[in-house]
Design a protein around this ligand. Structure first.
Ligand code: BGC
Length: 243
């Protein structure tokens, strides 16, 4: 079954039609800058543009950069605050006349990773992190996804939350060289490993393609690897969850 997968991020909205059996794209990938301010109506209009672009009539899965419970947006760190309390399933379904289901973006990306990589057979705890505009997280315990963990919002010793200290956006905004950023990210990962004792970290999101730049500076004891699906995991996972 083909599903339109859309990954709504703080900076860009990306989508493609996904074959949910194979995880492959059966269309080109399409991207639009996230409208600013990222208010519900503006985002719903953008989703409509994807539907027109792909002449789509089937199901749609959206990854969204917030805690999402049964389609309801609960937090809004990198999206307009007026989203809090909105039933995004209803809003986007009404706007597009398609059945739309919305999930946390990191959970969606993590679900794709679990489905299409050998991570599903790993025993123990894997922490999957997406490093982009914010930091998203998903836990896999013995191959099962545990949703709505918000590790990007853990407070660091300097009083900043993790994503304000070492997201990819913070690296770019502050023009941090790789060594400086990696030292921050290392500190963040050490904090997580001392809290959760994971067996593996997987890095997704924009930073997954750049792991060679920062891995040499990490001093963590936990093994770390990039996402197999790299930056497309969010689109694929949203489609899988919505099928
Ligand atoms: C949000 C998470 C999201 C992450 C990545 C964070 O600011 O709180 O829900 O997964 O950004 O987009």
């Amino acid at each position: 079954m083909d599903v339109l997968g859309i990954d709504i991020g703080g900076s860009g909205i990306k989508g493609a039609i996904v074959n949910t059996k194979t995880g492959e794209f059966v269309s080109e990938r399409f991207r639009i800058d996230t409208p600013q301010p990222a208010k519900p109506k503006a985002i719903a209009e953008t989703i409509k543009v994807f539907v027109h672009e792909f002449k789509w009539k089937g199901n749609i899965g959206c990854g969204f950069p917030s805690v999402v419970q049964n389609g309801i947006i609960k937090t809004a760190a990198n999206i307009d605050k007026s989203f809090i309390g909105v039933n995004a399933n209803e809003l986007f379904s009404n706007a597009t006349k398609c059945t739309v289901k919305v999930f946390n973006d990191a959970d969606a990306a993590g679900f794709a990773e679990l489905t299409f990589s050998d991570v599903k057979s790993i025993k123990g705890l894997t922490i999957f992190l997406t490093i982009g505009t914010g930091i998203g997280s998903a836990f896999f315990k013995d191959g099962i996804l545990i949703p709505n963990t918000e590790l990007g919002h853990i407070y660091m010793k300097n009083g900043l939350v993790g994503e304000k200290y070492c997201s990819d956006a913070i690296r770019k905004q502050n023009d941090l060289d790789w060594k400086t950023w990696s030292t921050r990210f290392d500190e963040y990962l050490i904090y997580l490993e001392n809290l959760f004792y994971p067996d593996l970290f997987i890095i997704g999101g924009g930073a997954s393609k750049k792991i060679d730049k920062f891995q040499p500076y990490l001093t963590i004891r936990t093994p770390i690897q990039p996402s197999k699906l790299l930056n497309n995991a969010g689109i694929i996972g949203a489609a899988l969850l919505a099928k």
